[in-house]
Design a binder for this molecule. Structure first.
Ligand SMILES: [Zn+2]
Length: 266
């Protein structure tokens, strides 16, 4: 069919050039519905009437508005990120040291920023005020130097490179859970969900169990059950069974339920 939207050279079509294929029709309807749904869900939005997006011209205007908003947010994020991170890198008014496990080299930081990012750090530093000689070091014994460096970078910038995240996602998840840094928890959860595969599913299950990521734990468990053959005969499963027998019980039960479901559907 000659569709005026997706034909590569619509000008060669005969006038009045008003034919549209099924895919373009469905696509246009669904994007208009999606925009109206998002607009009606937007809290506090009383400027635009319901179903204000009617044509593809409205869609194009909506997308362009979102692009403008995205640019403003990017500028804001960059403004917030660079100021604090520069103060850290240049050690401007840093007033506390963070120490990793095994008495490793410490990293300087700002008390105010730590307190703002984590309720646990805030409590530690608040209780400090009562003491005659306030401590100038916090030890994070669950992290090594490199992991601590990543945690500090995240606290100052709200982000981490893909490479660092892939390498340290498990230890950062544990730290996020311990120090109640909810945004880092979400960040780690997203990373584990994106990278879930047969070789890391048991690690993801373990961490999501420790850190109470309910939905991620369910996803990892379902993934393991579906890929049981690859996972159960791996060497990693032997170590896992010794370390986390309660999770092995959950895997066995979930596998049996899955097998039962398959039997019924046959
Ligand atoms: Zn089309």
């Amino acid at each position: 069919m000659d569709c005026v939207v997706c034909t590569s050279v619509p000008v060669i079509l005969r006038p009045p050039r008003n034919t549209i294929c099924g895919a373009c029709y469905e696509g246009a309807r669904s994007i208009i519905n999606l925009i109206n749904k998002l607009e009606s869900e937007k809290k506090g939005s009383d400027t635009s009437p319901p179903n204000s997006c009617k044509t593809l011209v409205d869609v194009s205007r909506w997308v362009s508005d979102r692009k403008d908003i995205e640019n403003v947010l990017k500028e804001e994020a960059s403004f917030l990120r660079t100021g604090f991170f520069t103060a850290l890198k240049d050690q401007i008014h840093t007033d506390i040291q963070l120490k990793p496990a095994n008495n490793g080299l410490s990293l300087p930081a700002h008390r105010a920023l730590l307190a703002a990012r984590s309720q646990i750090f805030k409590n530690m530093l608040d209780s400090d005020v009562c003491k005659a000689a306030p401590t100038d070091t916090i030890t994070l014994s669950e992290l090594n130097y490199e992991e601590l460096e990543c945690l500090v970078e995240f606290l100052y910038t709200g982000s981490l490179s893909k490479e660092k995240m892939e390498k340290h996602v498990y230890s950062l998840s544990v730290a996020a859970d311990k120090y109640e840094i909810s945004y880092l928890q979400k960040f780690c959860e997203r990373q584990m969900l994106r990278s879930l595969n047969s070789s890391n599913a048991l690690d993801v299950l373990e961490i999501s169990d420790i850190c109470s990521y309910i939905s991620l734990k369910e996803t990892a468990l379902n993934f393991i059950v579906k890929n049981m053959e690859d996972i159960a005969f791996s060497a990693r499963y032997d170590q896992f069974a010794l370390k986390s027998p309660h999770l092995c019980v959950q895997i066995t039960r979930a596998s049996l339920m899955e097998a039962k479901k398959k039997m019924i559907s046959l």
